[in-house]
Design a protein around this ligand. Structure first.
Ligand SMILES: C[S@@+](CC[C@H](N)C(=O)[O-])C[C@H]1O[C@@H](n2cnc3c(N)ncnc32)[C@H](O)[C@@H]1O
Length: 217
């Protein structure tokens, strides 16, 4: 029997949960939130509750080498960067030069330049150009959705045993139930693959637009 036990979020409850975590909505994060509002697709930026969740997850996992696919304005990079140890590193991949440039500025303002590198180019090419021995403890897949299945395979190969792969937007606004386009079809396809993948232990969690946590065995 499936137990239907969950609390649906209302806008009020969502605001409440954003106010009840220790994600620092400091000058930098507020600046990026404001900057995203002026972008063509502000919804691409992760939400403050997701940022809080990711910082805690990075710290709790003990990850020190991290990877992000899709930088946008660097909000998620800062969330990951803040969870890393002093000598940790994050490689964030972004196709758009102007996004990358702006993200670097915010990352600098957050005091994370030594930990976070933003590299410009198609994420798959950037990944494939890395030295064979380069591996990550934690990765966050959040770039173009049609490439999600390829990203997952490539990232998993470069994940250490016990490492964590976070896949964003695994609900696709609910459209994974009835995929209606290339992006939702690709994400729905990956959701099936991950759920049946013996190489990982996975959990899909209902934070923001759905995040799948896949832990490499
Ligand atoms: C959903 S946003 C990322 C949000 C970001 N992770 C955050 O925390 O706010 C997706 C980003 O991926 C970038 N992108 C799209 N296709 C890409 C590709 N093939 N390679 C690398 N980046 C890509 C977009 O320019 C966009 O900035």
């Amino acid at each position: 029997m499936t137990v239907e036990k969950f609390t649906a979020l209302t806008p009020e409850l969502h605001r409440y949960l954003i106010e009840h975590n220790s994600w620092r909505r400091d000058a930098v994060s507020k600046l990026i939130e404001k900057a995203a509002e002026g972008m063509e697709r502000p919804e691409m930026q992760i939400s403050p509750d997701q940022a809080a969740f990711m910082t805690v997850l990075v710290r709790a996992s003990g990850a020190s080498r991290a990877l992000e696919l899709g930088t946008f304005l660097g909000y998620g990079s800062i969330a990951i960067g803040r969870g890393l140890p002093e000598d940790g590193s994050l490689l964030s991949c972004e196709i758009d030069e102007s996004n990358a440039e702006r993200a670097r500025e915010y990352i600098e303002q957050a005091g994370l330049t030594r930990r976070v590198e933003v590299r410009v180019g198609p994420a798959l090419e950037t990944l494939q150009s890395l030295p064979a021995e380069e591996a990550f403890d934690l990765s966050f897949i959040d770039a173009d959705k049609v490439n999600y299945p390829s990203y997952y395979e490539e990232v998993l190969t470069r994940t250490v045993r016990g490492g964590l792969v976070l896949i964003d937007n695994t609900f696709m606004g609910g459209s994974v139930l009835e995929p209606d386009g290339d992006s939702s079809r690709a994400v729905a396809e990956l959701n099936e693959l991950v759920a049946a993948d013996d190489r990982v232990q996975s959990a899909m969690v209902g934070v923001a637009d759905g995040i799948t946590l896949a832990l490499k065995r």
